[in-house]
Design a protein around this ligand. Structure first.
Ligand code: SF4
Length: 430
């Protein structure tokens, strides 16, 4: 249970020293915009110390748990909206999977595979401006079927802009949460989307909240926003009362207007995550799309401030394997939220490999290699662009946003289009 520190009325500036700032936040101080900017300006050399100090807040509220979420893309592509970052947008020539609504049983089948991988929340996502009433009924049917078998699992719907009564219908159907990201600052919004407004997005989050759905709303960073705009967006999410904040790192798909946009370094990603943690100390903070290509070798370090991630693949692109995700969590001394306290859970050594539940053999990785060798055998991860990216992290981590990607061979970071799981005949990555 998250503890909420009492609010204070303190308004004087707080020093940007990470330890002092984290302690002050722990005592109830609300991070100011000025302090947030100072956090984002932390030098590279001090960023890991910032993470350590912000991580004290994460440990205070979430211990060593990592919440695992699983995405099911119910309907892919074919969207009439023009969000510049999105591979499913109007006019996108990205060669993503395009399909209309999965049948309820297909969606439930996909969701169950994620639950088997440790997910305690399933995110049912459909492209489009917003759902029709028939679409809401489809999701209600899926939720019903899923909860009949897995009543313990949370269902989050992400269907776009909601109209009158749709949030209530979803809540009545047993949906627990609704995701609708603000994505960026209001002052940036018109640059990234013209077919709907920032106010439309806020309205939908408010409708979800009003119906009793847990609001999930987050960010995409790396789209050319300034530090001030990152802070503006995070302050807006805090004011909106988002219960969970997914932070996406732009995946610049070929065939979209933001193709070729590489602005992030692993250390900048960490600073952004640490700032969100300091601003919203007891809010679920999720590593979302793009974490592999932008955090690279610092993904596990990011879990020191983030307490949640998506398992395996994303909506239209492939992530690192689910086995790698679970190994990363365990190797860094965390445990999957809701998985119980298995003997040895969270210990650095002497525990069953995290993929034991998947393969049935704690001594064997999914590829068949001995567990102790799997982290380096390559065949579990070489199908993704992620491992190649991780190999470059030492160099890239020392850069700044101005030279992001400069040391990284062209083509090693590109999003890898999803060709498995929902909408295909192939098994998903879970
Ligand atoms: S983000 Fe959503 S609304 Fe925007 S183009 Fe993509 S699928 Fe459509």
């Amino acid at each position: 249970m998250a503890q909420t520190a009492p609010e204070t009325t303190r308004t004087e500036p707080v020093p940007a020293d990470p330890a002092t700032l984290a302690a002050t936040v722990a005592a109830g101080h609300r991070l100011t915009a000025k302090e947030s900017l100072a956090v984002l300006a932390t030098p590279d050399a001090d960023t890991l110390r910032l993470v350590t100090e912000a991580g004290r807040l994460r440990r205070r509220h979430f211990g060593n748990t990592v919440k695992v979420n699983y995405l099911v893309n119910l309907k892919s592509g074919l969207c009439p909206e023009d969000c510049t970052y999105c591979s499913q947008r109007l006019g996108s020539t990205a060669e993503i999977l395009k399909y209309s609504w999965l049948k309820p049983e297909e969606a439930v089948e996909q969701a169950k595979l994620g639950i088997g991988g440790g997910a305690s929340r399933v995110c049912l996502v459909a492209s489009g401006r917003g759902p029709s009433n028939r679409d809401v009924e489809r999701v209600a049917t899926m939720t019903d079927q899923l909860k009949a078998e897995h009543p313990e699992v949370e269902v989050c719907a992400c269907l776009g802009l909601l109209k009158d009564n749709q949030a209530d219908q979803l809540r009545e159907a047993g949906v627990d949460a609704y995701n609708h990201n603000l994505n960026t600052a209001e002052s940036k919004y018109e640059e990234i989307t013209t077919t709907h407004t920032y106010a439309d997005r806020v309205d939908t989050v408010e409708r979800a909240k009003g119906a009793g759905l847990s609001p999930c709303s987050g960010l995409i960073v790396g789209m050319g926003e300034s530090d001030e705009q990152v802070v503006e967006a995070v302050m807006a999410l805090r004011d909106l009362g988002s219960d969970s904040i997914p932070v996406n790192f732009l995946m610049p798909f070929e065939g979209t207007p933001l193709a070729g946009t590489w602005e992030l370094t692993p250390l900048r990603c960490l600073r952004i995550l640490a700032m969100v943690r300091l601003a919203c100390p007891d809010t679920e903070l999720r590593l979302a799309g793009g974490r592999e290509m932008h955090l690279r070798g610092l993904q596990a370090t990011a879990l020191e401030v983030a307490n949640s991630l998506f398992l395996g693949d994303y909506l239209t692109s492939e992530g690192q394997t689910a086995e790698q995700d679970l190994a990363m969590i365990a190797d860094a001394g965390f445990r999957v939220f809701g998985a119980g306290e298995a003997p040895g859970a969270g210990e650095a050594s002497g525990q069953a490999a995290p993929w034991a539940a998947v393969s049935g053999d704690p001594a064997e990785a999914p590829c068949g290699a001995p567990a102790h060798a799997a982290a380096s055998c390559g065949c579990c991860s070489s199908e993704t662009s992620v491992e190649t990216s991780a190999e470059t992290s030492a160099d890239a981590g020392a850069g700044t946003s101005a030279d992001a990607g400069a040391d990284i061979p062209a083509g090693t970071l590109e999003p890898r289009i999803r060709r498995r799981g929902a909408g295909t005949a192939d098994a998903p990555n879970a």
